[in-house]
Design a protein around this ligand. Structure first.
Ligand SMILES: C[S@@+](CC[C@H](N)C(=O)[O-])C[C@H]1O[C@@H](n2cnc3c(N)ncnc32)[C@H](O)[C@@H]1O
Length: 221
């Protein structure tokens, strides 16, 4: 494993990184982990994960299928946890994994160099979702796949209004996360072909505020 590093981060980032795994643990166990596994089962070859966070996806990659795994994460506190998780993964995967301090909007890889880009719960947080999607398309090989699992704006107007109201607070406490992004539109507007996707909700009241879209978007050949 190799690591690069660059910028400092604030107190909210430190708190968010420290709380991320404990706060999401129950949802991971009950439902999210299963969805991650099913989404990432086909990830093979050169795989770029944007906003890898604490490494929640790591246990769900198939080490036999991964040629190289590039984990992009701008937050130093997240990267610290990510590094700890990698140390605990299968040696086969560990040896092929790199952590990169960078952003989804500016990926330090050549054009058409990746088979897969994975984005889970990230396009809600990036500064410029259109630029992040354009960058994923740039680094993907023709026919390559963006695997996404993202929470998005609700289809119900009343819930959408609450998402709009709560987003300023959410951005503050959850490291830039927006509740009201239309990520499917961002993928379609960028020209991705949505081969296979579904909508679902986490159980409980929070699920209505965090409707999920999950699926595969293909870069045109
Ligand atoms: C809600 S966490 C999700 C982490 C992980 N992907 C997961 O599924 O658990 C959002 C992550 O996106 C990262 N992030 C924020 N802005 C980003 C950007 N511009 N480019 C890449 N990652 C970013 C944050 O640092 C954080 O680790």
């Amino acid at each position: 494993m190799t690591t690069t590093s660059r910028r400092p981060a604030g107190i909210w980032s430190r708190i968010f990184a420290a709380l991320y795994d404990p706060v999401t643990a129950a949802a991971e166990r009950r439902v999210l982990g299963w969805h991650r596994k099913s989404l990432l089962a086909g990830a093979a070859g050169v795989v770029v994960e944007i906003g890898a966070g604490t490494g929640a996806n790591l246990p769900h990659y198939d080490p036999v299928r991964i040629g190289r795994l590039i984990l992009i994460e701008p937050d130093p506190f997240m990267r610290q946890r990510l590094k700890g998780k990698i140390d605990g993964t299968a040696p086969q995967l560990r040896g092929r994994t790199e952590i990169v301090d960078g952003t989804a909007e500016d990926i330090d890889l050549p054009d058409a160099s990746a088979d897969v880009v994975a984005s889970t719960l990230v396009l809600c947080s990036v500064a410029d979702p259109a630029a992040a999607v354009a960058e994923a398309i740039r680094v993907l090989k023709p026919g390559g796949h963006l695997l996404f699992l993202e929470h998005v704006c609700s289809e119900q107007a009343s819930v959408r209004r609450w998402q709009d109201r709560l987003t300023p607070i959410q951005r503050r406490v959850a490291s830039g996360c927006h509740l009201n992004r239309d990520t499917l539109a961002a993928l379609r507007n960028a020209g991705m072909e949505l081969d296979d996707w579904r909508r679902w909700e986490l159980p409980g009241a929070a699920g209505r505020l965090l409707p999920i879209v999950e699926g595969t978007a293909r870069k045109a050949d």
